[in-house]
Design a protein. Structure first.
Length: 400
């Protein structure tokens, strides 16, 4: 047997080699065609027949065949045969002999003679129908999801708009109701003050005087509730609440707050201790809002304090972090653990407040939190039920 390495073997057995090569090409799982430099098809493999609805294509020019024209391949082949620019084109549509739609991915490269000149082209096509169908199905599902998301988003926006209008109506109602109620309350308070003076000057009926005082206290409670409601409706109606910022001497400011609460504390024989800070501490803030903040915290400490108890106010600077802590502690009834997590929530009232019938809608501490946050600070509450509470307000400082 002649050695396969011998150069004469292939010369003597050209037919056998050509037949062998054709079997290999025909067995390839892709379509293969060759064209000459004029675009005439010179060869197709057997796989080509699996999806090409063309009869006797050898000898035909690709530039005249409908498939190549329809899929925009002609310009690409012309450039390839002109300067050797290979190309790849995906998702070319054709029909199998059975009429089934198929998708092809085509790659073409130049063929060159022994001198390196372009002598034609080799074109290979892969059937990517399954991949394309999967992608199309995914795209369809994706579009369907997008439509559903868009629809749900529109529904959510409509629901939000309805909610917004409802909240606006609620805010307007509260604002109008608060305004309308304040006038008769003011008149009632003036008349009450008149009668109280009359009883004080001409009557020794202590029970009647105590009843008038009790009515006055209830009017004050209702006025405070209306004030809190008006405050929150004003905040909700305006995206940015106006802040009248000024420099505040914290020692003088807190001393004034303590003095204002002492008459209330005296009713329960509660002592208020205020520890001044030796440093010249100033903060920048809205005086009226900060007064509301600290009056609320300290008044709560007195309200829920024990008879003959105490409330301590301490100013503790943290110059390293350019902040100041105002610590308000008491030895009152304290706050339950489950209440402590929610005391700053709007409209939340603690168990003792509900059981004792204390007036209010649970807005006080939520207002305090809002005021602190508007001053770029934070408020923290700690408590042991039955032993007392500690509120720590941290604010930025401006040291003089």
């Amino acid at each position: 047997m002649e050695d396969l390495k011998s150069p004469n073997f292939f010369k003597k057995n050209k037919g056998i080699v050509a037949d062998f090569n054709k079997k290999i090409i025909d067995s390839a799982p892709i379509s293969i065609i060759t064209i000459d430099k004029n675009g005439v098809i010179t060869f197709v493999n057997k796989y080509f027949e699996n999806f090409a609805d063309l009869k006797q294509v050898i000898g035909k020019n690709v530039f005249h065949l409908p498939f190549f024209i329809r899929e925009g391949l002609c310009p690409l082949y012309r450039k390839l045969l002109s300067d050797g620019t290979l190309f790849e084109k995906s998702n070319c549509k054709t029909k199998s002999p059975s009429g089934e739609l198929r998708y092809l991915s085509i790659v073409a490269v130049p063929l060159r003679d022994k001198n390196g000149n372009i002598d034609g082209a080799l074109s290979m096509a892969t059937d990517v129908t399954e991949t394309v169908i999967v992608k199309m199905e995914l795209a369809r599902i994706n579009n369907s999801l997008k439509e559903r998301v868009t629809q749900k988003t529109q529904q959510l926006m409509q629901a939000n708009e309805k909610l917004k209008r409802s909240l606006e109506l609620k805010s307007h109602f509260i604002s109008d109701a608060s305004h309308e109620l304040r006038t008769p309350l003011s008149i009632a308070k003036l008349n009450l003050e008149f009668f109280r003076k009359q009883f004080s000057n001409y009557s020794k009926d202590k029970e009647a005087l105590e009843s008038l005082n009790a009515i006055d206290n209830e009017i004050n409670k209702v006025s405070n509730i209306l004030s809190d409601l008006s405050f929150f409706t004003a905040v909700e109606e305006s995206s940015v609440e106006k802040m009248n910022i000024e420099k505040i001497d914290l020692n003088k400011f807190m001393e004034n707050i303590a003095e204002r609460v002492r008459p209330l504390a005296a009713q329960k024989n509660i002592k208020i201790f205020f520890q001044k800070n030796k440093l010249g501490i100033e903060i920048k803030g809205d005086r009226i809002k900060l007064e509301k903040l600290f009056l609320n915290i300290i008044a709560n400490a007195v309200k829920y304090g024990k008879n003959s108890g105490w409330v301590k106010i301490k100013i503790e600077p943290d110059l390293k972090n350019k902040s100041i802590k105002i610590i308000i502690s008491d030895n009152g009834i304290g706050i339950l653990k489950e209440d402590l997590l929610r005391i700053f929530d709007r409209f939340y009232r603690t168990v003792p407040a509900r059981q004792d019938g204390e007036g209010g809608f649970g807005l006080g501490l939520s207002i305090c939190k809002w005021i602190v946050e508007q001053h770029n600070g934070k408020i923290v509450a700690e408590s042991v039920f039955g032993k007392g509470s500690v509120f720590t307000i941290t604010l930025p400082i401006n040291r003089s």
